[in-house]
Ligand binder design. Sequence first.
Ligand code: ADP
Length: 240
Amino acid sequence: MGSNAIRLQGVRKSFGQTEVVSGVDLRIADGEFFSLLGPSGSGKTTVLRMIAGFEEPTGGVIELAGQDVTRRAPFERDVHTVFQDYALFPHMTVLENVAYGLKVRKVAKAERLVRARKALAEVRLDGFGDRRPAQLSGGQRQRVALARALVGRPRVLLLDEPLGALDLKLREQMQTELKAIQREVGITFVFVTHDQEEALTMSDRIAVFHQGRIEQVGTPAEIYERPATPFVASFVGTSN
Ligand code: ADP
């Protein structure tokens, strides 16, 4: 395995009196497709938000590429988050939507357009640059959101149930595409899902969450064939 893109040590989070993340240790390697899997309320999103910098841990350390970023603001971290309710700017074209983040970062216009076109090609949306978001299907809008994330070439992409709003057929198609895109671009993906099949088909490794803790970390085969706890066995759907 390569170097660590992400390392969590003893990470905790409380909201008021309630501890929702209770001491999480995790290493995610560069270039991994890594899923945080678990039932609703198990703390996956809170862990993702702490990696992004949107929530500050109550305890523990978060490292990105070997640097302690625990107290750093989101924009000081080389990560980008794709949410389920990806909001595109309706008045801008697809190309402008994708290029916008580079404008904020003061990349020159010609360079912005070249990079935005490349990102659109990566998500298989060549030729869609002049459309408006309203002229796209749900799956295509999702791909624009992904292109917008890829264009800045973050070291890590955080995806919070990005396929949750899609219907089953489109969801399955996007699973395959997302995995292929991740392979192509080689960026570390951290993917939150409550859907065990989705995690098993897409991931290099999975962390199974239960009540704010990680019950098991492993490859899909390890998790499926050798569940470490009764919870993992029942959640992943095997009895052995
Ligand atoms: P998951 O992503 O696994 O569904 P979450 O990380 O979203 O779980 O939530 C874990 C627990 O933390 C839940 O009980 C949720 O209600 C609680 N929680 C999340 N965010 C907040 C918040 N901002 N304030 C209070 N409680 C929160």
